[in-house]
Every structure is written in structure tokens, then in C-alpha cells.
Design a protein around this ligand. Structure first.
Ligand SMILES: [Zn+2]
Length: 148
């Protein structure tokens, strides 16, 4: 389905605007704008303005009944911290992201480091915008992370 919109074109110089102007900003002519109905038929993927206006996305959209979808069995990795595992529904989900929030000093970093210390194998990337590397290293070497 093609859409049409009105554009205004200066008859002196061809300057186009979306609204009528008394004086052309390009050639300074007065009363030179005339309304023209422009029919736009853009190629798919040519998004202009709102994503809702793209006819290609409207045609390719599919309604999914979530109640009829089969529940995917997710393999969770227990952290070894029983309360945390309970909150996470059984453990960490590979590829997932967990937002750990709370007041300053409540123990978010300590909990994160405990989770890292309890992971069975593999490498962990700890990204911090607050704690220094020296502090993180010290915390990781606290007794509960020592190999038994
Ligand atoms: Zn003009």
C-alpha cells in the first residue's frame, strides 16, 4: 500500500518543504510554494519516521500465542549459594544477564565475588566501574575462595 503526503514545492527553484512557506528560504521568492501530493512507495527496509509506518514490518509480523508454545527446558548452573539459586529459579542460565541491585554497601560486590568464587570452571569477566582491581583481587583471595 502506497502512502501519500503533501509536500510544497517552490515553482521558482524547486525547493521542497513539508509545510507551506510564504517566502522560499532557497531563492527568496514570495508566494512561490504550491502543494503537491507525493505518493511514496519506498523499498522494504526504508524506514522513515515511526517503525509502525513501515508496511514491510506490518506484513511480516506474526502473532504468537504464548500459551501454545512449548516451554523450553533451560539448563541452569547452580551457584552453590542456596538462597541465590532459589531466587534465580535454580541457578544461572547460560547467556543470561542478571541485574544485581541494591543500596550502596549492601553487599552487591561481595555477592558477585562469591558467585564467581563458587563457579566450577571456566573464565569469568568481572566488569566494575567502581571497585579498583586491587580491591577485587584482595576480595577474591579471601579465605572462602581458597581451594579446599
Ligand atoms: Zn525557491
Amino acid at each position: 500500500m502506497a502512502k501519500s503526503k503533501t509536500i510544497y514545492v517552490c515553482e521558482e527553484c524547486g525547493h521542497e518543504t513539508s509545510g507551506w512557506l510564504g517566502r522560499c528560504p532557497s531563492c527568496s521568492a514570495w508566494n512561490s510554494f504550491h502543494a503537491i501530493k507525493e505518493t511514496t512507495s519506498r523499498p522494504s527496509g526504508g524506514h522513515t519516521g515511526s517503525w509502525l509506518s513501515s508496511e514491510s514490518s506490518a506484513e511480516s509480523a506474526e502473532v504468537i500465542d504464548l500459551s501454545r508454545m512449548a516451554a523450553a527446558e533451560v539448563q541452569r548452573a547452580p551457584t552453590g549459594i542456596s538462597e541465590l539459586d532459589r531466587v534465580l529459579g535454580g541457578g544461572l542460565v547460560p547467556g543470561s544477564l542478571i541485574l544485581l541491585g541494591g543500596d550502596p554497601g549492601i553487599g552487591k560486590s561481595t555477592l558477585a565475588l562469591e558467585i564467581i568464587g563458587g563457579l566450577p570452571e571456566g573464565k569469568t569477566l568481572y566488569v566494575s566501574g567502581e571497585e579498583s582491581a586491587a580491591l577485587l583481587r584482595t576480595a577474591l583471595l579471601l579465605p572462602w575462595h581458597e581451594p579446599v
